[in-house]
Ligand binder design. Structure first.
Ligand code: SAH
Length: 225
């Protein structure tokens, strides 16, 4: 049984702006194979236009990645939905970790589905902006940290699920170490000159990898900025 926060209890601050455009995005994601109704409902709820620069807000409900400054991007909604869907297939989720807060959009989607969301970002300016958004939208179950996500968040481990939203060259061992048994790590990995989205489940016998297809993410970098 997967525990999910009731979507009926939408935090204060999430308004109805652009509900029609969000609903059209949801219809698009559904037609592109996203099937988890709770995930679709979360996408229908989170105001993506609040997570991009005002100049780009008219494009916020297109199914595409958009620049968020400092050479980074807010992920494409389909990718956010797919990664979230895969994470939720991992069983009961009480706490999850995201590496790469960026705009904060993925964390906001997760915050409607999982009781506690931990997220880390290596670019301080982006983290400051996303914290302001979480506060404004009343997303009080997101706890964020300015850190290099390669080392995860040991004091909060184990996590029932971990999402990495930047492409790593190899699976960071700290992250699989910080995964609870039965939990899933979803991450893009550089492989043979391209990037593959992988789901890695921790079982009693070890790690089970599933290749979910090709993706395009910004690189996972080391150190702070
Ligand atoms: N989840 C974000 C996607 C942002 S793009 C969103 O929904 O908007 C990926 C982010 O990962 C960037 O902000 C980048 O700075 C961050 N990142 C890259 N390497 C990282 C690392 N080692 N630790 C933490 N964050 C990292």
């Amino acid at each position: 049984m997967i525990h999910r926060r009731k979507l009926g209890a939408i935090p204060r601050g999430i308004g109805m702006t652009s509900q029609g455009t969000r609903d059209r995005l949801v219809a698009r994601l559904r037609s592109k194979g996203i099937a988890d109704e709770m995930v679709l409902k979360a996408i229908a709820t989170v105001p993506r236009h609040e997570f991009v620069d005002e100049a780009l807000s008219s494009r916020a409900y297109e199914d595409s990645a958009l620049p968020i400054g400092l050479s980074q991007t807010i992920s494409q909604p389909w990718v956010v939905a797919r990664m979230t869907e895969v994470l939720l297939q991992g069983g009961k989720l009480d706490k999850v970790l995201e590496v790469g807060t960026g705009s904060g959009y993925q964390a906001a989607v997760l915050s409607l589905l999982v009781p506690r969301v931990f997220t880390v970002e290596r670019i301080e300016e982006l983290l400051k902006q996303s914290r302001r958004r979480f506060h404004r939208l009343g997303l009080n179950n997101i706890i964020s940290r300015y850190a290099d996500g390669h080392i995860g968040w040991a004091s909060q481990a184990p996590f029932d699920g971990i999402i990495v939203t930047a492409a790593a060259t190899q699976v960071p061992l700290e992250l699989t170490d910080q995964l609870a048994e039965g939990g899933v790590l979803v991450l893009p990995l550089e492989r043979n000159g391209g990037q593959r989205l992988l789901s890695i489940r921790k079982t009693e016998e070890g790690l089970e990898e599933t290749d979910l297809g090709g993706v395009i993410f910004v690189p996972m970098l080391s150190g702070l900025s």
